[in-house]
Design a protein around this ligand. Structure first.
Ligand code: AKB
Length: 340
């Protein structure tokens, strides 16, 4: 198989992977190989050149992939999200940090053996922030990348550290060696807000209340929202998330002034999401049942982020604002998904 460079997507069966595989397959330019702990849905599997079912912790499997494929781009999407990670912090650290280290090392070795850099796309998160209290959150406004980097969750700590790990591989890897090997991994990272997909329902996250509310209403099911109505964090429609990854991957390296970029699109309160859902699905039965602990996590995330660096350096420009996301993406796509 060595010969034609391929794109590797880890965690390919997850929310972002769905959109990314479809996009890369439709573009047809690059063969895609995938790694996920679960087999891909048949509709996705037929779009990829080779599907590996296994763990990012399995070094023997990564070794096999290294020997069989020339990978020049990695989308490392596999992760344990914020709510799930709080129940099993050590496992979360293994998956989110050790797993990422395995993929960075895999990329370094791919780059060394093929003599050109591997572009490594990494989705970090607004969970990398930790605002100390609600008053600070409300005053902070659009938070910049380097402010409030004091996360309160295992997932947030993992994401923030892996941003630094990627920067280390890109700029300082083995800096004391006789023949330093940095720059082989071209690490590029976005800090995603909560993502809302019409095609998949997330699991294990804490921003999940918005997508869960929408999908429940589309299915005709009631939903008890686990955060207060005034809760506000940034969100983005999934097609903009996928487009951002592709655009950052394609950006000229010389244009990039950072390794980690904030992204933002819209930031409704939970009640504004409810109002929009009720407008689309008038029989939606949404109630409020605050889970104080999960609320504490969401309250530590910013109300909004400053994404001016992404807009300036690589032309990030989300197509969907709040109304358009509902009108042109979520409602038509979710409606047909559940036969409404
Ligand atoms: C989560 O809720 O854990 C994720 C995230 C904000 O990164 N959706």
């Amino acid at each position: 198989m060595i010969g034609k460079p391929v794109v590797l997507i880890t965690g390919a069966g997850g929310e972002i992977g769905h959109g990314l595989i479809a996009h890369l397959a439709d573009a047809g330019a690059r063969p895609v190989i995938t790694l996920d702990v679960n087999p891909l849905e048949p509709s996705l599997a037929k779009k990829v050149q080779r599907e590996f079912t296994g763990s990012i912790m399995d070094k023997a499997l990564l070794e096999r992939m290294l020997s069989e494929f020339e990978v020049d781009t990695v989308y490392h999407l596999a992760a344990s999200l914020s709510t799930r990670s709080e129940f099993t912090p050590v496992t979360a650290h293994q998956v989110n940090v050790e797993g990422t280290l395995n993929l960075l090392e895999f990329s370094q070795r791919e780059a060394e053996s093929h003599g050109r850099p591997v572009t490594f796309l990494y989705p970090s998160s607004i969970a990398a922030y930790g605002l100390p209290d609600l008053a600070t959150k409300r005053q902070a406004g659009r938070v910049k990348e380097d402010d409030f980097n004091t996360p309160s969750t295992m997932y947030g700590c993992n994401k923030l550290y892996c941003e630094q790990l990627g920067r280390y591989y890109a700029k300082f890897y083995k800096q004391l060696a006789a023949d330093p090997q940095s720059g082989r991994v071209d690490f590029r990272c976005v800090r995603f807000p909560g993502l809302i997909s019409a095609l998949t329902v997330p699991s294990g996250g804490t921003s999940d209340y918005a997508p869960e509310m929408i999908h429940a209403a589309a299915k005709g099911e009631g939903y008890a929202c686990f955060v207060r109505p005034d809760t506000r964090i940034p969100f983005m429609a999934m097609p903009d998330g996928v487009e951002a990854l592709l655009r950052l991957a394609a950006a000229p390296k010389a244009a990039l002034t950072r390794t980690a970029y904030n992204l933002a699109a819209f930031n409704p309160s939970a009640d504004e999401v409810r109002q929009e859902v009720v407008r689309a699905f008038p029989s939606a039965a949404i109630t409020w049942q605050t889970d104080a602990k999960r609320q504490g996590i969401v309250d530590s995330w910013p109300e909004d982020v400053d994404d001016s660096a992404a807009r300036r350096d690589w032309g990030f420009a989300p197509a969907y604002d709040f109304n358009k996301a509902f009108r042109d993406y979520l409602i038509p796509t979710i409606g047909s998904r559940y036969g409404k």
